[in-house]
Design a protein around this ligand. Sequence first.
Ligand SMILES: CC(C)(COP(=O)(O)OP(=O)(O)OC[C@H]1O[C@@H](n2cnc3c(N)ncnc32)[C@H](O)[C@@H]1OP(=O)(O)O)[C@@H](O)C(=O)NCCC(=O)NCCS
Length: 225
Amino acid sequence: MVSYMSDSGIKVRPCERRDIQAALKIFRDGCIDNSQDIFRVFLHRQTARLYISIIAFVAWVFFRSFAISGSVIITTVAVMYVVSYIKSAAYAKRRMMTDLRDIKRNYMDSRKAEMFIAEDDGEVVGTATVSAMKVDSTALELQTLSVSRLYRRSGIGTMLVAAAIKYGKSNRYEKIMSHASESQMAAQRLLEKSGFKIKSRKLTSFFPFFRLYNKVYCYRLRESE
Ligand SMILES: CC(C)(COP(=O)(O)OP(=O)(O)OC[C@H]1O[C@@H](n2cnc3c(N)ncnc32)[C@H](O)[C@@H]1OP(=O)(O)O)[C@@H](O)C(=O)NCCC(=O)NCCS
């Protein structure tokens, strides 16, 4: 059983029944935080700015009113924010309807998966799951990585990733994989610092009307780690 404690008293251990609700809340909060990161990344993108300018210009041509074209800009940005939120909430909901719906069966009682939690003085402050990939049973996938907002940047994410790696090695998986989108900068840095390397990239259409994409990186733990 993978379980250990840091100098600061944070303990990482397999999830128990009493931890489930708290772990799910941390996962959901992490997804919502991601929606804000996605929105920020899109706003910084040249294409997004170009589209917004074109829409505002067309509005100005039609109405000859700066007030209306200003409102169009605000509405477009608000729509992007709402779409980012809905997409992230939909991802969380999809996970809740699938593997996270029955954590006891899919993780706690499974020999091919595990859910870890990080605990500080009895309080659940982080979570992560590992499971054998359906497409390749020699590969273990790290998912659901999330740390409670107040506890971020204190090494808990690193501990959870280390627990996942330890689980993968002790269960003799050939590959340990994970995914992070381009907006998940913290997760990218954390995975790279923990010995993962980008293996491939794919584009997922995030705003279909704008044709703005969100790049998703597929990470694999380096052989030497
Ligand atoms: C990603 C996440 C789990 C990181 O957890 P954490 O406990 O803060 O991570 P750690 O403290 O162990 O940080 C390890 C390294 O990751 C990087 N990192 C973490 N947060 C970062 C941030 N906000 N910005 C940039 N790099 C960051 C740093 O390199 C850090 O090392 P350093 O502190 O020595 O510089 C956390 O930010 C989170 O829950 N985010 C929301 C959910 C999410 O994005 N999950 C990832 C799904 S793939």
